[in-house]
Ligand binder design. Sequence first.
Ligand code: CA
Ligand code: CA
Ligand code: CA
Ligand code: CA
Length: 247
Amino acid sequence: MKRALSTGIVLALAIAPVALTACNNNNRPRTTARRRATRPTSPGENVDDRGRCETDGVDREVSEYDTSGDEIPDVRRVFRRAGDPPLVRLVLTCREADLNGDGTKDVVRYYNDEGRPLREEADRNFDGQIDTITYFQDGRIVRQEMDDNADGRVDMKVFFDDNGVALRSERDIAGRSTPTQWHPDRWEYFERGRMVRMGTDIDGDGRVDRWDRDHERAPAPGEAVSELGGEAEGTNAEGTEAAGGGF
Ligand SMILES: [Ca+2]
Ligand SMILES: [Ca+2]
Ligand SMILES: [Ca+2]
Ligand SMILES: [Ca+2]
C-alpha cells in the first residue's frame, strides 16, 4: 500500500503546471490539425517548429526570442492589438516554447481577451504528441488531463483547489473510457501534497470496491472503519465528470 501511495504522489507532483499557454475557447483539445509555423534559422531558411499559436491576422504581433543561449528562438509570443488609436494596447493571446531545444515547440498556452491563461497543451515526453492539457478558470489552474500511455486518450484527470493545489485525481487504469465517456476506476485524494486515500473500482461498474488509505495518517481503527464504510457505499467518488476525452 505504501508503495502504491508513493507512486501516486510522485505522479501528482509531476503534473504541476508546465510553464506555458492557449488560443481559443474551445474546451476540446486540438491536436489533429497542427498549424505550421515557421521561424527563420538562417537567411532564406524556414523550419517547421510545430507551432500552434495563430500568428496570421492584421491585428497580430509576433515576438520570438532565445532563452537558451543558442541564438535560435525557442519562445514565441503572439499579441493582439486591442483598442483604437491612440489607445492601442497589446494583449497576449498565445505563448509557446521549445523546452528541450530540438527545434519543435512542446508547450503552448492560450489566453483570453484579458490576457489571462485559458488552456495549456504540452508534450511532456517530447514524442510529438500532446499528452497533458491544463485548464484554467479566472487565471487559475483548475484541472489537468493527461495521456500517460500515449494512446491518444485521456487516462488521468487532476483537480485543483482555488490555490492551485491538487485535491484529487481520477484515473482510467483499465482503459474503459471512450472518446465520449470518461470512465475512471480509481479516485485518489490528497492533503497537503500527500495522497491520503484511494478508491478503486475493480469490476468496472463505476462503484468503488476497495478503499486504501495512508495508514501513517489514519485515525483510530474504529474511526477509520466507520468512514471507509460510508464511502464504499457511494456509487463513486464525488465530482466525476461524464465527458471523456481524447487528445
Ligand atoms: Ca522541443
Ligand atoms: Ca507526448
Ligand atoms: Ca491514454
Ligand atoms: Ca466496482
